[in-house]
Design a protein around this ligand. Structure first.
Ligand code: BV8
Length: 253
């Protein structure tokens, strides 16, 4: 009795579903969120007092309007996150996903909402980054001839004095559409898989969280892996309660 026993039974059931998915091209789809990086030491967004959004308003920090309002403040937040992410390592959950993909080429699609690059660092191939990449930049507006000559002062976002353009992190902010091609690939993976693992996400952000419903409606089994309840639990076929760095190696290795 108790959740642990339930977890063992559920784990055996999910392993069966995984074995069935293995026989199919892209039979497995995995959607990850900030929780898979928690055990690497990267703060999540909505985890009570430790999450980023507990200290900032998403609209102020992860939106173009917020950036234009106070570029230095937002830029410094992203520089702080970059510094943190550069100094952490993928955890056993990231590695379990990468090793499974290496053992089953074309067997899985890894879709992430994370911008920290830790799946790539762990060796996962072809990661679909729905929300962009923290360590990359792009210009806010179209570049002029002088833009690339801009020399940022430390702690300041690169700024073009000729046209007033600003460099911004190459992430998807609230109110911005996801990269077209990447979203289309993720949607197709959700429609074609027989098993979707939804790992370490609160399921609060759309359209990313909608991929679980797309998979379910297409006939796949949906499994949520998370130590706490999520907004997607109600439509999952199975819930595995626990940290992903513990459960993913148990499930995938
Ligand atoms: C768009 C990048 C339209 C930047 C991010 C009302 C209803 C529904 C939707 C909306 C609405 N109003 C507005 C919207 C749309 C909005 C949205 O969904 N808002 C929500 C908040 C209500 N979405 C958008 O704006 C998207 N764009 O809709 O565009 C459009 C269409 C066409 C043309 C123009 C426009 C863009 C969304 C992308 C925003 N960018 N980040 C950055 O990172 O700085 S969002 C941010 O949230 C991150 O990307 C993050 O990945 C994402 C989701 O959060 P999670 O990953 O789930 O993290 P969270 O902290 O929430 O949860 C962590 C989980 O981990 C928890 O469950 C916890 O229990 C678990 N956990 C903890 N420890 C562990 C663990 N799990 C496993 N193991 C552990 N050890």
């Amino acid at each position: 009795t108790g959740p642990q026993a339930g977890c063992a039974t559920t784990m055996a059931l999910v392993r069966q579903w995984l074995a069935q998915a293995q026989g199919r091209h892209k039979g497995l789809a995995v959607l990850t969120g900030a929780g898979v990086s928690a055990e690497s030491g990267v703060p999540t967004f909505r985890d009570d007092s430790t999450g980023y959004w507990a200290r900032f308003r998403p609209e102020d920090m992860a939106s173009e309007a917020g950036y234009r309002r106070d570029p230095q403040h937002v830029w410094r937040w992203y520089e702080y996150r970059r510094e943190l992410v550069r100094n952490v390592q993928p955890n056993a959950g990231h590695l379990a996903l990468a090793h499974w993909a290496q053992r089953h080429p074309a067997g899985m699609t890894l879709i992430t909402q994370n911008v920290d690059g830790l799946h790539q660092k762990a060796g996962s191939p072809d990661v679909l980054c729905l929300h962009g990449e923290l360590l990359k930049n792009r210009w806010l507006n179209h570049r002029c001839a002088q833009c690339d000559l801009a020399h940022p002062a430390a702690g300041e976002p690169p700024y073009c004095p000729a046209c007033g353009n600003l460099v911004r992190p190459a992430v998807v902010w609230f109110g911005e559409s996801l990269p077209q091609g990447i979203w289309a690939e993720a949607e197709q993976a959700a429609q074609n898989c027989t098993l979707m693992l939804v790992v370490g996400t609160s399921g609060a952000v759309y359209p990313a969280a909608g991929l679980a419903q797309i998979a379910r409606q297409a006939g796949a089994r949906v499994v949520v892996i998370n130590p706490r309840p999520t907004e997607l639990d109600a439509m999952a076929h199975a819930l595995l309660h626990g940290p992903s760095a513990e459960l993913l190696p148990q499930l995938l290795c």
